[in-house]
Design a protein around this ligand. Sequence first.
Ligand code: S3P
Length: 433
Amino acid sequence: MSSTSTTQIVHPARTLQGSVTLPGDKSISHRYAMLAGIASGTTRLSNFSTGADPHSTLACMEALGATIVHNADKTISVTGTAGQFQQPATPLDCGNSGSTMRMLAGLIAPHPHTFTMIGDHSLTLRPMERIRKPLMQMGAHIDLVNGHAPITIHGSPLHAIDFDTPIPSAQVKTAVLFAGLQANGTTSLTESIRTRDHSEHALRAFGAILNRTDERLSIPGGQKLQAIDATVPGDLSSAAFFLCAALLFPDSNLILDSIGMNPTRASLLDVITSLGGKIKVLNVEEHHGELIGTIQVNGPASGPRGMHIGGALSAQIIDELPVLAAIAPYTINGITIRDARELRVKESDRIALVAKNLKAMGATFTEHEDGLEIPGNQRLHGAQIDSGADHRITMAFAIAALRAEGDTEVHGAEAAAISFPEFFTHLDALCQR
Ligand code: S3P
């Protein structure tokens, strides 16, 4: 991403109306790109994420020997390496993307090369011991610098393990599954809190055998993958910004086209409904195990209600918590978020940065180590917002700005491009002022 800082001015809005088609889901795009890169044959991907993060993954796959072609019809073709990654000529640059670094580590660890994985300043601050531990149990040789990137992996054959995930993390689960796919023996994994299951669906789509019994997943090693044709569903975590914006206006009416509605992500829709939003799912289809639907949302006539978010729900909607916190002061009863300590080790310390920006807008709240308690019925004013180079903070506070008194300046707004480069253009088109 460019180091030039862009300021985006957001004016208050009267309401939001219209329809929008969202770019492909970031999580699914990463997984399809990685598995296409190790599969045999050419995978054709439609609606691949336009975000910078999944493009970091594509660039890594290219460095590992896959051929990537951006077709005129906006599809992306990935010709895989048939299970044989090459020694990359340069370090694998994961940019801002924790998903790339953690999931790819599992995929490359069994290959007989030396890999270096690097990232930007934010990624270099993020905890990597969580993937090193299980991969080392499998026999991988991984060096970190004080628990962080740069990562050096001395590839070697891996053996199966039986792993209980200590923290709910789909990235860690995926690193283990991707390594297990290529290990000797059958790797098993148990999750205490069920995280997003895109890797499970993607692995099966590419032809892998994977079993689940209750909380236990198992994957036999030594499996080969075959290329697929796939359409990436629209990103529900990007849609979240507009769903939350719709809550702020009683007469809002939005249609969000072809959105991913995987049940392990869709608790967000229950949250929007609990807050008073009226959601209609207009049609649902399934592609490679992923549900895709069109959503219509209308704001609540008497304003958004409040709620408590904690326990497993916090883990399930971890990426949507910043925007829920940003609109919390406008709710009737406020929103409390607990059990969300993981927010402190995302692209930024999202609890601290939400707190800083809520304060700048004049909100009162209590900050906890694992969340925020934000009373409702507050009036906010336009302010100077610090994005902290974090895409979700940028977009969350652009939404909060829609109901503030006066204009808001979001500094570092270019960060939105990490997951959703079209965000400000869509926001502008949907807002009536
Ligand atoms: C992701 C998993 C989550 C999420 C991230 C994407 C994924 O991270 O916050 O944005 O695609 O698997 P964790 O695995 O750290 O929980």
